[in-house]
Every structure is written in structure tokens, then in C-alpha cells.
Design a protein around this ligand. Structure first.
Ligand code: 1GP
Length: 243
């Protein structure tokens, strides 16, 4: 049995913050996998997320298999579509886009994924996924045809997260979108955190150690970073594990 979710809960109990490195199969070259993962392994990263909004066919399975050779960290799918489901990973965030009203991304694609998921041993983690306005249109917004929640209507953001928790979701993900101009604000993070009991994930537009610490200090349990590593691998140097 896989214990990804229980290990997240345990880390929170131990007051340990978690960091996921997001790898988008569409942007990542497998040839660089060994070198990239050597940096990841030396950093404080605790998880690898794999996924993207616009990934073709079998690309995800091939990539995850390659990553597996170079890291012991849990590899979790963060899929934009059903085609990204692969048994090569350890788990999957079963995302429902609860900030939007596109039924395909609320439940439609989930139904379509069942026959595929049944053939895997992935740990399936129900996750409320909330897109928050960040200053520019992101791929999630374009691909899903949904509008993000306004960053100033914090009550609506809090209520949406709480509704997701009432529905039984086990993780809540506040997403500004990949490459966001502004990460989710500390005010939003802290208000949502106070209102829910389930672990809180925050991602999108986090590019500095300071922004990472601000997200943690305001209540994020797990932070997801992708673009900053894609654009500047030396960012890993500021995140080295203390030995
Ligand atoms: C995107 O939250 C993730 O889905 C990470 O965003 O690429 O901006 O780090 P960045």
C-alpha cells in the first residue's frame, strides 16, 4: 500500500513543510533528467509532480519512467487530462476544478478516467483545485474555459475551499497558474488555512526563497514550483538540504 497522503499528514504533524517540484512533460527534455534530478535530490524538495495543461499522448508515462531511475522521491501525477494517467507514477491528484463551472473539469473527465485508473495501482488523492486570478491569463484558464476567482473576493475563495472540504476532498490546492505574475497572496493563504482542516497546497508564480517562505509562514503545507526551476536551475542552490 502507498502512503503518500498519510505521509503528508504526518509531515504536518511533525511541523515539516513540503515542496513539490513540478515537471511539465511538454517543456522538459528527458535528456536532462539525470542532471535535473541530482539537483532536486540535493534540495529540500519532498515530492515530484508531473503534469501540464497541454501534454500529448504517451509522453507522461515515458517521462515518469525516466525520472524514476534518478530519484526516490514520490512521483505524483498532476494531470491536465485523462491521457496523462500512467501507472509508472506513485499517485495522482484527482483534481476537481471547483473554482470554475465547467462540468468537464468538475466531474466529466473524472468519469472518463475510471477505466484507466482501475488498471493502475496509483494512490488516488481527491483534491479541490482552485484557480485564483494572478494578473494574466494562464494555461489552466485557457484550456478549461473557466474564469479564476477574483483575488479580492476572499470570502468567495474561503467558501469555495470550505465547500470542497465538506464534499470530502482530502487536499485543497490554491493555484495562481503556471508562470503567474503574482503568486496567491499571503492574505488568501492564511484565511483559507484558518478555515479548513485538510492540507493546503499553494502554487503558481513562486520564484524566490522569500516568496516560498511567505507561503509557508501564511499556512501553505506544500508549495509547488515549476517555472522557477525551468528558467533558472541555480534556484536549487537556495534550496539546498542542510546536512
Ligand atoms: C502550476 O502551481 C504550479 O500548476 C506551479 O506554477 O510553474 O509558476 O511555479 P509555476
Amino acid at each position: 500500500m502507498k502512503n503518500i497522503y498519510n505521509n503528508i499528514l504526518q509531515s504536518i504533524t511533525n511541523d515539516e513543510k513540503l515542496l513539490a517540484v513540478l515537471i511539465d512533460p511538454d517543456k522538459f527534455s528527458i535528456r536532462t533528467a539525470e542532471d535535473f534530478l541530482n539537483r532536486v535530490n540535493k534540495s529540500v524538495a519532498t515530492h515530484i509532480f508531473v503534469g501540464g495543461s497541454e501534454v500529448e499522448g504517451q509522453q507522461t508515462g515515458i517521462l515518469v519512467k525516466a525520472l524514476r531511475r534518478f530519484t526516490q522521491l514520490p512521483i505524483i501525477l498532476f494531470p491536465g487530462d485523462v491521457t496523462q494517467v500512467t501507472n509508472e507514477a506513485d499517485g495522482i491528484l484527482f483534481l476537481s476544478l471547483i473554482s470554475g463551472r465547467n462540468s468537464e473539469y468538475l466531474i466529466g473527465k473524472h468519469v472518463k478516467s475510471v477505466s484507466r485508473l482501475s488498471e493502475t495501482e496509483l494512490e488516488i488523492i481527491p483534491t479541490g483545485y482552485m484557480l485564483i486570478e494572478n494578473g494574466k491569463e494562464t494555461a489552466v484558464e485557457r484550456v478549461t474555459g473557466t474564469k479564476p476567482l477574483s483575488r479580492v473576493n476572499i470570502q468567495l475563495i474561503e467558501d469555495t475551499a470550505k465547500a470542497g472540504e465538506f464534499l470530502g476532498m482530502k487536499l485543497m490546492y490554491l493555484e495562481a497558474g503556471s508562470g503567474a505574475t503574482h503568486p496567491v497572496t499571503v492574505e488568501i493563504i492564511s484565511k483559507v488555512k484558518k478555515n479548513i482542516q485538510i492540507p493546503l497546497i499553494v502554487g503558481g508564480g513562486i520564484r524566490t526563497r522569500q516568496q516560498l517562505d511567505e507561503a509557508y509562514n501564511s499556512g501553505a503545507d506544500l508549495v509547488v514550483i515549476g517555472t522557477a526551476f525551468e528558467e533558472d536551475e541555480s534556484f536549487f542552490d537556495s534550496l539546498k538540504k542542510k546536512i
